[in-house]
Design a protein around this ligand. Structure first.
Ligand code: NAD
Length: 498
């Protein structure tokens, strides 16, 4: 019997009535372990109606009530960290320790949201005019929808709903249909923490569900994370329907290594950031830009490290890298290596023949290291989203910077050097949203905000941190006077401060 994954609407599991279903695989074995119903328009409408019905009560609940529910949720997620991580490994494939790290980073956003009473403070100015005061407040936008990718099924939704809900909104989450169980488990925990029914709803689905959310008149705002073509579509369609939209897209993150860098540190970083989570991270390093003679010192060290990497089932504690999400994606990633070889790249490490004993049906691809990659090759131009690290050799720092600036994506980047002046120049010059200095994956902490530039983000506000609070609230300004007799009398002039 294959397990069926249900929606979570109005605080209850709701079986999908749709006749459209999608398989959920265990990527380590290749077996179908569950099926998920893909919502019809009517099912999405039910989820939005549930969020709409819960809105009045939740947005009028006191900050103290909301804070207590958020703290209780934080405790439950912390207690169930390993349960969430196990579910995540089973459906996504990433190794268990990496899944634990993902849950921890999501938990940090919940912890940030626990400070909602501080975050939602407005401003106040006394006597802006004689006996007139002015103050501002942040109010929720209403029903918010979140649409999330497969690669961080716990953390990316947690970038959104804890802050949106802390701000007094209600939420409809449409997770990736490829690994949907984690979001339902977390929504159950939130309900156990005391969240009223309907404040957080999970509806599974594909384009049909997403399109309905984009046009639904009761959805006020959309937070999206996924690939760039879909992010652009979400931004354009959502804003055409009058919604506030933030849409984070794909990436092609360059790591620049200057000749003076600590090459052991840089090799550790390149292997960790290139092949961690099998390269299925939007902050993965996929291009290594070696400057001057850095490649000669660095590449042998990277090869040594790849040679001892353990690829296997993510639940095996010995595994350092798991499989890819499904067979189609695995084959697509391997196709980029095939094409790079035809285009003249040097395949320094070839992960294509890898077989994991006992897991012959799994969606595995070993780490691939490609040297002498040029900017015209598809492995350089496009986001691969797999364990493929392309090396581009640049003569100078300026050439390295020009490469980054010539690429359409602008999510993350890193520089490895021991020269403080060069690092400082890079962090100032580079046209990228998140920058690491001797840190390969510069994911901002929960109290900063996450977002790329260029085609890695559509919209103006980044995700979580104070940008999250700004996105999920509207600012209201009040100017108040408590009239005294001397102010009475009709005045048609424009209000002036006296
Ligand atoms: P995806 O764009 O295929 O899917 C993301 C979401 O959009 C899913 O919920 C999916 O069901 C939905 N969707 C897919 N096709 C759609 C369509 N035609 N119309 C409407 N909705 C559609 O992305 P993915 O493969 O799940 O995730 C990987 C991508 O996400 C990569 O490009 C990665 O870089 C990106 N990503 C970006 C960030 C970031 O913060 N910038 C973080 C994580 C992942």
């Amino acid at each position: 019997m294959t397990n069926t994954i249900h929606h979570f609407i109005g605080g209850q599991h709701v079986e999908s009535t749709s006749d459209r279903r999608s398989d959920v695989f265990n990527p380590a074995t290749g077996e179908v372990q569950a099926r998920v119903g893909l919502a019809s328009i009517a099912e999405v409408d039910t989820a939005v109606a549930s969020a709409r019905a819960a809105l009045e009560g939740w947005k009028n609940s006191s900050l103290a009530t909301r804070t207590r529910v958020l703290f209780a949720f934080r405790e439950l997620v912390n207690q169930h960290k390993d349960d969430i991580a196990r579910l995540l490994t089973l459906e996504h494939g990433k190794v268990f320790s990496d899944a634990q790290g993902e849950v921890q980073r999501g938990l940090e956003v919940i912890e940030f949201a626990c400070g909602l009473s501080q975050l939602l403070k407005g401003e106040m100015s006394e006597n802006v005019s004689t006996d007139v005061d002015s103050y501002s407040m942040r109010q929720p936008v209403g029903v918010v929808a979140g649409i999330t990718p497969f690669n961080f099924p716990a953390m990316v939704p947690m970038w959104m709903y804890p802050i949106a809900i802390a701000c007094g909104n209600t939420f409809v989450l449409k997770p990736s249909e490829r690994d949907p169980s984690v979001t339902v488990f977390c929504a159950e925990l939130f309900a156990k923490a005391g969240l009223p029914p309907g404040v957080l709803n999970v509806v599974h689905g594909d384009k049909v569900a997403v399109d309905r959310l984009l046009e639904h008149p009761d959805v006020a705002a959309i937070s999206f994370v996924g690939s760039t073509p879909i992010a652009r579509y979400i931004y354009e369609t959502g804003t055409q329907h009058g919604k506030r939209v933030q849409a984070l897209g794909g990436a092609k993150n360059h790591m620049v290594v200057l000749p003076d860098a600590d090459m052991d540190l840089a090799a550790d970083a390149a292997v960790g950031a290139g092949f961690g989570s099998a390269g299925e991270r939007c902050m993965a390093i996929s291009v290594l830009v070696t400057v001057g003679n850095a490649a000669d010192k660095l590449l042998p060290k990277i090869q040594e490290r790849i040679a001892v990497l353990q690829v296997g089932n993510g639940l095996d504690p010995a595994s350092q890298m798991g499989p890819l999400i499904n067979k189609a994606h695995r084959d697509r990633v391997a196709g980029y290596v095939d094409q790079a070889e035809k285009d003249g790249a040097t395949i320094l490490v070839d992960g294509r023949p890898l077989k994991v004993p006992g897991h012959e049906g799994g969606f595995f691809l070993g780490p691939c290291l490609l040297d002498h990659v040029t900017t015209s090759m598809s492995c350089y131009r496009e986001e691969i989203f797999g364990p493929v690290l392309s090396v581009v050799r640049a003569a100078t720092y300026d050439d390295a910077l020009a490469l980054i600036h010539g690429h359409p994506y602008g999510n993350g980047t890193a520089i490895f050097t021991n020269d403080g002046g060069a690092a400082r120049k890079f962090q100032h010059d580079v046209q990228i949203g998140m920058v690491g200095v001797n840190v390969p994956i510069p994911v901002p902490l929960a109290y900063y905000s996450f977002g790329g530039w260029k085609q890695s983000l559509f919209g103006d506000l980044h995700m979580y941190g104070m940008d999250g609070v700004r996105f999920y609230t509207r600012n209201k300004v009040v100017i108040a006077r408590w009239p005294e007799p001397r102010f009475r009398g009709v005045d048609l002039g424009f209000p002036q401060n006296k």
